[in-house]
Ligand binder design. Sequence first.
Ligand code: AMP
Ligand code: MG
Length: 334
Amino acid sequence: MAEKQVVIMIRQFLRVTLFICLVYTGPAAAEWYQRSEAIMGTRVHAEIWHEEAAQGEAALDAVMAEMHRVDALMSPYKAESELSRLNNNAFEHPFVVSEEMFRLLQKSQRISLMTEGAFDITYASAGRFYDYRNAGRPQDKQLSEAVMAIDYRHVIFDPENSAISFALQAVSIDLGGIAKGYAVDRCIEILMALGIDQAMVSAGGDSRIIGDHRGKPWSVGIKDPRNPDAMVAVLPLENTALSTSGDYERFFIEDGVRYHHIINPETGRSSSASRSVTIIGNEATFTDALSTSVFVMGLEKGLDLINRLPGIDAIIINNDGKLHFSDDLLQLAH
Ligand code: AMP
Ligand code: MG
């Protein structure tokens, strides 16, 4: 080989080596690891700060696996989910459920009591007749029959046998108002057990944050219900849970009426009390259920409840489009 050619090869080798050295900065650096997936009919998103790439990715795997697990248990769209089997059997005979399902149903019932029935998982007795994608809704006769089956007291608990039964055949339950928050809490527990101290997990409108964002709070936006590309407020948050329920998430409009997914249990129809309700608190299970409840309760009753609950705050966009805050947030602003 000519001497000149060898020199060129050595130069090339050095250039490539230098390039690799510049790109490869040693074993994984501490950074944000993040992932999004479509689960539970919504966008699930997680961001985790970790020192090690492999462990950061493994933590994201664990979050997504947990979301899939809760979905498989609680989806009303999966015929084999525990929820579907419960709906299909609990009128015929007491149906034995897992401890996890029993506890979440009990929690739902406690929230029904606390919200004077605004939160009611039996809303689905009528709610199942709506199809927001295809503008489908129940006929008046169908609706008036279904409304009679909406009442959380139709769900009967047998704690000794971990069994549930329905008082009427037409009762159907759905955990859509609490399951996403529950799944987020479960994921946060998993991350904390892994020793992670900065993370954010969200499922649609339900989020929870561990720690802060590298010394600063996270910025979480509240959408304008009539222009969801715009924000009406941005909140600096750390170590907290936050849920938003809005009438713009799943809806169709027919003859000027907005049919959306938050149902007033008294009528079986979409609630027109609010446009959007955001709840801030410690646990996403609770903020999720409360955002749905306060939406239905409306401004006055809703704020009255929130102002009585320690550590819980609310931001409500009323049905006239005005922004309202719970007492603690108002004080912060002054
Ligand atoms: P969210 O996603 O928290 O806004 O809650 C809306 C979801 O909760 C709906 O898609 C339904 O699955 C469910 N839902 C609707 N109305 C009620 C209600 N009154 N009580 C409990 N869950 C409800
Ligand atoms: Mg909710």
